[in-house]
Design a protein around this ligand. Sequence first.
Ligand code: SF4
Length: 329
Amino acid sequence: MSALVETIELTKHFAMGRGRTVHAVDGVSLAIAEREVVGLVGESGSGKSTFGRTLVGLHAKTAGEVRFAGEALPSSYGPADFRRHAANMQMIFQDPYSSLNPRMTVGEIIGEGLRLAGGQGRAQIRAAVADWLARVGLEPQHASRYPHEFSGGQRQRVGIARALILKPRFVVCDEPISALDVSVQAQIVRLLGDLKASLGLTLLFIAHDLSMVRYVSDRMAVMYLGSLVEIGTADDVYFRPKHPYTEILIGSNPEPNPRTERRRVAVAVTGEIPSPVNIGAGCRFASRCPKVMEVCRRVTPRLEPLADGGARRVACHLYTSPAAISGST
Ligand code: SF4
C-alpha cells in the first residue's frame, strides 16, 4: 500500500546555547497509508508532539524529509506554503482553550482557514461554518459566541471543525482528549471516528492513553526519547509488546476491561525519561531497561523487522542478529 504521508529520517533539534542541543526528534521514518490511523504513544518528553508539529510544518525540520502523496515538502514553510499545504494537512491540538483565540468568535475561528485560503465570499464562509458546527454537534447560534462560553468538550469540537473545514486528507490529532473529562473523551473519540469514516481521513493520533490508542488505531508506534522503538498492528503492540520500553509503558497503563486486562503483560515502571540534551551512542533506553546488555551501551539499535517475517519492527538488540551488531561496531 503506498503512503499518503511519509517521514524519512525526520529530525528536529533545538539549540540551547553553550553547545547544548535538545534531540527532540531523531531520524524518525514513518509511512502512513491513505485512510490509515497510526497511534503514536510514549511518555511526556518522548518527542511525540514535536514530531507531529514538525510533520505538519509548525516546526522547521532540522534534517530529513516529509512527503505528502509522494511530493517532498519544503524545509520551512512560508505563507504560500502554509496556504497550499493547509488544505492537505491539519492539526487538532491538545488544549482546546489555549489553541483558540479568545478575542475571536467561534464563527470567526472556524471560518478563518477558508478566509485565508481566499476564493469564497462572506456568505459562503458563514454557510460552511454553520454546516461544520452541525457536523461536530454544535448549534448555528454558537457561531457568535466566544471560546470562554463553552465547555472543554465543546471547545474541542470547535477545534475539530476549524481543522476539518478545509477538507484536509491528513490530520495530526495531538492529545485531543487528554485535557477532557473521561465521559467527554469517549464522545470526542466517537466524533473523530465518525468524521474519519465519512471524510476518508488519514490520522496520526498522539495520546497517552494506550487503551484508547489501541481502540482507534490500525497501527501503533512507540516513541522514546525522540526515536521510534517499536511499530506494528495496534493489537500486536498492545497485547504482545516486544520492546522492553513498550512492555513497561503498557504494563503501567490501566486497562478498564477485565477480559483484556488478563491478556496484558504487567511490568513495573522504574526511573524517569533521561534528558534529551546531547544524547550519546548506544540504546537510549539502556539506563532504565531491565534487560540491558553490555552491547546496548555501545551500539545504537536500529528499527528492524522481526525475524518472523511479520510487519512488526523493533529497535532492540534482543532481536538484532549478532552479525548485524558486529557490523555496526
Ligand atoms: Fe534494553 Fe538493550 Fe533492548 Fe535497549 S537494546 S531496549 S537496553 S535490551
